[in-house]
Design a protein around this ligand. Structure first.
Ligand code: 5GP
Length: 194
């Protein structure tokens, strides 16, 4: 997605050979007009998949997932990373190792919002080693729902997550794929359309 690549080049900061900071439009400040375009792009790529629910992870997945939900006219569920006093019953959980925080956290979703007849689109902001997306897939599978696709805003193609998810046979669409962050330069890969 050219608009996203332009935004990454203009506003992203390469923190190291493996970490890109995009606080200016995705992870801290949100550009709503741009985010709506992200939602439209996800909707276009998954419109034929009969999606009934979108599943993401708090907090940075919520904005792109909500915009995609608006376009596809389906509810959006975000997995909680922290224990909640109000989220106690009927929980589906998975352990997720965070690439950026280097800690494992238990993510939770109420079974009330995902059923066996759902066709779930998993959305997340970044794809690194795939732990977050695999945890969300695990939760959908515990509900016996179908994971109909995975939508990622920024995939780091030099890490192993993309391969791990595609090996599972699920349609993975990343709106920008980064080949390298070496020498403080963002090098993009051509988008892979399945
Ligand atoms: P994974 O679970 O695929 O290893 O890592 C994906 C998660 O880690 C995303 O939800 C995202 O929050 C975070 N993440 C991974 N790599 C980056 C990065 O380079 N920049 C930012 N801002 N977040 C990242």
């Amino acid at each position: 997605m050219d608009l996203l690549k332009e935004k990454i080049v203009a506003e992203g900061k390469v923190l190291s050979d493996t970490v890109l900071k995009v606080d200016a439009f995705l992870n801290h400040q949100i550009d709503p007009v741009f985010m709506q375009e992200i939602g439209k792009e996800f909707a276009n790529r998954f419109r034929d998949k009969n999606i009934t629910k979108i599943l993401t992870l708090e907090s940075s997945g919520i904005a792109p997932a909500t915009m995609a939900g608006l376009e596809l006219d389906v509810p959006v569920i975000f997995a909680r990373k922290r224990q909640s006093l109000t989220l106690t019953n009927n929980l589906l959980t998975a352990d997720v190792y965070s690439f950026t925080k280097q800690t494992t956290s238990k993510i939770s979703v109420s079974h009330d919002f995902i059923q066996a007849d759902d066709r779930v689109l998993v959305i997340d902001d970044f794809l690194a080693n795939g732990q977050a997306a695999l945890g969300l897939m695990d939760i959908a599978e515990q509900a016996e729902a179908t994971v109909a696709g995975i939508g990622i805003v920024i995939e780091k193609g030099f890490q192993e997550g993309g391969q791990a998810l595609r090996d599972k046979g699920v349609k993975v669409e990343s709106l920008a794929i980064i080949d390298s962050l070496e020498n403080k330069q963002v090098v993009f890969k051509e988008e892979v359309r399945q």
